[in-house]
Write a new protein. Structure first.
Length: 345
């Protein structure tokens, strides 16, 4: 297929780009190259004849119409989004503009293109979202595709809005869509403001490792390359109008995750003291959801997909990658918001 992938220079998007090209798909990577988008993320495939790059902003409809007309994609994988909860607390406007208005622009550009092509049956618009739209769980229960939406942050509210737009364009205009909602991703090429890379980089730099509250917030951790595999599976085999929850089947509290990273670093790059001594508990994030957990039954039974990587295996791979790729992450440490506390509210 010829895939138009938005946000393909970002963390998850670049994993999808790399995997899609390795499987023989042609890829148009549409990315505005904002602070977290980096062409270095797709450098392993940039010389492939299957790869094309378009610097464009999903907030600009004219940009999108130009890209659709130029490349005539068979399918869209819409990943471009503002995604950091802490940044959404400090500056919600960017999240509304990109995640809501940008998704509206993508839907309208895709609809115009699809209608102009004669409404081909095999066209797909795959919208990639998050489990955070479902809100917060207690100690029991899991998110299913039928869980009512209950977003708690500007980020999750903006993603919930975009999900509703995608479903509305399917019901009203017949646009052939599929949706996915994923759990927390981690892995190579992850921007250093996020939890896993922040812990790794703070630890090896001898800096404090900040932990919100008591670190008891629980997430289901999904290795990014597993996620990319699941996304291509849903694009190719998912039922139109249907949503699929994608989880790693790896629930861990934040403190458990951080302690695991510290123990692995003690083995791989020993310091003068155990890295756990750098852990520092800080004031919690406003509106911090207690627990997320994915029920993966639908994607497992309907599409035959399951994650292949345990959290321990994935963390080891991730740590190895950061230790071997200082030239990738070192320049990012000076970017605004990296290494400093965001999300005070």
């Amino acid at each position: 297929m010829k895939l138009l992938i938005t946000g393909g220079a970002g963390f998850i998007g670049s994993a999808v780009v790399r995997l899609a090209i390795s499987r023989g798909h042609e890829v148009i990577n549409l990315d505005a190259l904002t602070y977290a988008g980096r062409l270095e993320n797709v450098a392993p495939v940039a010389d492939s004849p299957l790869y094309h790059f378009e610097q464009a902003d999903i907030r600009n409809r004219a940009d999108l119409d130009r890209v659709f007309a130029k490349h005539s994609p068979d399918a869209v994988m819409h990943l471009a989004a503002e995604s950091h909860v802490d940044r959404s607390i400090d500056g919600p406007g960017d999240f509304i503009e990109t995640n809501v208005t940008g998704t509206y622009n993508m839907l309208e550009a895709a609809r115009s293109y699809w209608v102009g092509q004669g409404r081909p049956d095999d066209f797909r618009f795959h919208h990639i979202s998050t489990d955070e739209v479902y809100g917060s769980l207690g100690e029991d229960g899991m998110f299913t595709e039928e869980t009512p939406y209950d977003p708690r942050s500007p980020y999750s509210a903006s993603k919930a809005s975009s999900d509703h737009l995608v479903r509305a364009w399917h019901e009203t205009y017949g646009l052939p869509v599929v949706l996915t909602n994923c759990s927390n991703n981690y892995g190579p090429y992850h921007f250093p403001e996020k939890l896993v890379p922040k812990v790794i980089l703070n630890a090896i730099s001898g800096k404090e490792i900040p932990v919100y509250g008591q670190g008891l917030n629980v997430r289901d951790w999904l290795y990014v390359e597993d996620h990319a595999d699941a996304l291509l599976c849903v694009l190719e085999k998912g039922k139109l109008g249907r949503s699929y929850n994608i989880g790693g089947e790896n629930e861990r509290s934040n403190i458990e995750l951080i302690e695991t990273i510290c123990r692995l670093l003690d083995q791989k790059r020993p310091g003068s003291e155990p890295y756990e001594k750098l852990i520092t508990f800080v004031t919690d994030r406003p509106g911090h959801d207690a627990r997320y957990a994915i029920d993966p039954d639908r994607i497992r039974t309907e599409l035959g997909w399951r994650p292949s990587v345990t959290v321990e295996e994935g963390l080891e791979r991730t740590i190895d990658w950061y230790l071997a790729n200082e030239d990738w992450w070192r320049p990012l440490l000076d970017r605004e918001g990296v290494g400093t506390r965001l999300g005070h509210g």
